[in-house]
Design a protein around this ligand. Sequence first.
Ligand code: AMP
Ligand code: MG
Length: 314
Amino acid sequence: MANDWVARLDRLIEPLQVKPGTKVTLGKDFDPRYKADFVRKKDARDFLRTGVTLLAEYQARLAAEASRGVLVVLQAIDAGGKDGTIRHVMSGVNPQGVYVSSFKVPSTEEMRHGYLWRYVQRLPGRGDIAIFNRSHYEEVLVVRVHPENLDRQNLPAADRGPKLWQRRYREINDWERYLSDNGFSIVKLLLNLSKEEQRVRFLKRIDDPDRNWKFSAADAHERQYWDDYQRAFSEMLSATSTEWAPWYVIPADRKWFARICASAAIVHTLATLNPQYPEVSKDIRRELQAAKRELEAEAPAGQPADPNEAARCR
Ligand code: AMP
Ligand code: MG
């Protein structure tokens, strides 16, 4: 049953993966309104519920195994749905093993360091899932669209040339390769929103007082750079979707569909790792049995030694 679902979820995300080595143009190759034929909105709840359940099960095993970790990278244009996706997709997991980091405009201290420094500190440990809400990819997105961010980074003059972006792509790929070689899987999700749907979501944020906090005039201003962002996204996807850390472009105009796709991509990554509860050795099992006998011998008079039976009597 679980395997059937993993296969269905795999089928769902297969067309969304950016094949490593291919050159893609976001606006031409990926449709923000795409929804796979075999998933109807009324089935969405089943898909998401199953995704959430599988994720919880895999996360428990990943934590118990404690030898590998998973990094989920979430990128999107403003109003793309990153926060809601995290809230829904991760709703079933044990918060002890999941760490969400949201990256904003870098602080002065962060700017004093190499551009990957602040992301390194938020990487998952063995057994953890870390989610980057925005990520090191901002360093080739917002920083590229607004070069004044580069000025604030105070790079040596020789580093600022036309080759800068190619170099950053290479460095990011190398860094992710190192992480993957050391037991940390990376899954990268770009929530792909249409310009029209962004307009509608901004209007909702303005009209609904409970959503006002999510909107700033700067967001509307940023919309002027829509085409620049689309170009930066396309180049980023083409240069950094690798065998070891692939990008998935998630159609984001329908929130329900975006959520099941995001959940499917994360489940796929975990299912590929297939973490296992650790095997208990014969020696340890013998120690456990000895401890059990001691605990049973301590049972108060008249109480069954077996805890299950004791619970039934209570
Ligand atoms: P939000 O995610 O809406 O809270 O906004 C966070 C803001 O931080 C966005 O406007 C991002 O573009 C900005 N931001 C995130 N990372 C960086 C970065 N590395 N350099 C400059 N701005 C960034
Ligand atoms: Mg925002």
